[in-house]
Design a protein. Structure first.
Length: 538
């Protein structure tokens, strides 16, 4: 029996072809994964199924749900289908949720919009479905707002909204991309459980082939708006017929050729650092409480060393990073770079601050879209006492762009003219342009496709070889951390619970929490994705 049938689907926007003759099917209780790089047409296929194509789009072909032709439905009829027969889980839960509505009201609203039951019954159903996704009312009252939940908890609310009316088909668009490994494992287990227990079909959109290998019954590989290969997931991943599928698998197991580190003495010294935050009053005139986000953390990074920092969301990584960058003071301890404090006399020490640069997770969000690349990558010049001008400035821009594999002519373009991987190269050029002594990579490759990620990791290895980079690499992707660092630190509840050489920590972890992180990380099964030597095992 077929639940969803897509046959010869083609979509064009203002006469530009976007999807080309796409055909696939989903059966009840089946998980079908759509995979491929950004721009391959995965999300557009999902939007076509939901009949949510952008203005100016024209679609041809057939989309049928349980035998009913969705292409023939009016918008009013599709409004009854969405949420009722088809549920959608979006990639970024914070943008999918209303920040001024409680989680109980948002789940109940999904039910009330379809007139499925009365307000009291909708409230009871919201309570039950939130408990079903791991948010029981005794621990997570319906009166909570989205900002009071973690990323994984917010994603559970979005899933609760999607399954509130027990839809026949669930579409999940990159539901775990921004989540840490343990939360990701919980969400994937939840989705598999819902499919098994409710008998719904799941169309899962992801670029992570390790997730596909552990989840999907069928796989559909897309490129440039067309299906290049599809079939049983295990068969396709074990013996891909198309060169593009093989390239994706090779990139998933890619390991950067990192040069040998040559430590040259301590560069960054973190000594007994603790950081507290004030919490709201529990009663009107009561005292404020405090929460300790970082607890007595101490470590050193040697010159020329590449160090990883891993841990779940909320473990204190971001708080520690802000302190390292001199953006926040600490309540106890000291942070020194080249023997000088990064935060002194109540203010960031600019003499030290110019020696540290950062590369953020979202390259587009970290740039002002109104400025050209030349201005964007020279932003760190304001930290210099005598920033270069004229020909010296142009030469510095050209050298920085060339170092990251771009052309000097790219300096005159705007950031929207570049792909995601090119934007991240520009972000690295901005970090390099003043030759800092330490670079902090904050989830710098987590939002990138596997092939683009492999290119950025190779770039980092080349820059390490060329400039002798010293960096702190923060990520929840353990396979990436393993391939791009010499030493790794594991953080939990504000403390460093384990640290040591990367291979040693991954091969023989001593702390139970490290073991749990490694066990939760998705991985390609043996015999898939090339040789074990080429694939960074966990």
């Amino acid at each position: 029996m077929t639940l969803l049938s897509v046959a010869a689907l083609s979509v064009s926007i203002h006469d530009t072809p976007i999807l080309k003759d796409v055909s696939l099917s989903v059966a009840p209780g089946q998980i079908v994964a759509l995979t491929g790089e950004s721009g391959s047409g995965k999300s557009m296929t999902a939007l076509a199924v939901m009949r949510l194509l952008p203005e100016g789009a024209e679609a041809q072909g057939r989309i049928a749900l349980a035998g009913a032709d969705l292409m023939a439905r009016t918008e009013a009829q599709m409004c009854a289908v969405r949420g009722n027969d088809i549920g959608m889980i979006f990639q970024e839960p914070m943008t999918a949720l209303n920040p001024v509505m409680t989680i109980g009201d948002q789940v109940a609203e999904t039910i009330l919009v379809h007139g499925a039951m009365g307000r009291a019954q909708a409230r009871d159903r919201a309570r039950a479905v939130l408990a079903r996704v791991g948010l029981p009312e005794d621990r997570f009252p319906l009166s909570l707002y989205p900002h009071q939940l973690s990323g994984g908890q917010r994603q559970r609310v979005v899933i609760a909204m999607a399954i509130a009316l027990r839809p026949k088909l669930l579409i999940a668009d990159e539901p775990t991309t921004a989540l840490d490994v343990t939360t990701q494992a919980q969400i994937l287990d939840l989705l598999k459980g819902l499919v098994a227990e409710e008998g719904m079909g799941l169309m899962m959109i992801t670029h992570d082939l390790a997730v596909v290998a552990g989840m999907a019954d069928q796989i559909v590989v897309m490129r440039h708006g067309a299906v290049v290969e599809q079939g049983p997931a295990r068969a396709v991943l074990s013996a891909p017929a198309q060169a593009y599928t093989r390239a994706l698998l090779e990139a998933s197991g890619h390991r950067a050729n990192l040069p040998e580190a040559a430590p040259q003495g301590a560069l960054l010294q973190v000594r007994g650092v603790s950081r507290d935050y004030r919490t709201p009053r529990k009663r009107l005139f009561g005292p404020h409480g405090t929460v300790r986000a970082v607890k007595d953390v101490s470590f050193e990074i040697q010159k020329g060393e590449r160090v990883g920092l891993v841990g779940e969301s909320g473990c204190g990584k971001s708080t520690l990073t802000r302190a390292l960058l001199g953006l926040e003071p600490v309540q106890a301890g000291q942070i020194l770079l080249d023997g000088q404090p990064v935060y002194a006399h109540g203010h960031p020490n600019l003499a030290v601050r110019r020696k540290i640069q950062v590369v953020f997770q979202d390259p587009y969000g970290s740039f002002n879209p109104r400025h050209r690349v030349a201005r964007l990558i020279t932003e760190p010049f304001h930290l210099l006492e005598s920033p270069p001008t004229g020909a010296a400035r142009e030469r510095a821009i050209a050298e920085a762009l060339t170092a990251v594999g771009l052309q000097p002519d790219d300096a005159g373009k705007y950031i929207h003219a570049f792909s995601g991987g090119q934007r991240q190269r520009i972000a690295i050029a901005r970090a390099l342009i003043i030759r800092p002594e330490l670079i902090v990579f904050d989830e710098a490759v987590s939002a990138l496709d596997v092939r683009v990620r492999a290119q950025i990791l190779d770039l980092m290895a080349d820059l390490s070889r060329q400039y002798g980079l010293t960096y702190l690499f923060i990520s929840h992707d353990l396979s990436v951390v393993r391939t791009i660092t010499d030493r790794v630190m594991v953080m939990r509840a504000g403390e460093i619970v384990e640290a040591g050489p990367t291979e040693q920590v991954f091969d023989t972890p001593s702390h139970w929490y490290t073991k749990a992180l490694i066990a939760a990380a998705p991985r390609l099964p043996e015999g898939i994705g090339g040789s074990d030597a080429a694939r960074p095992a966990l």
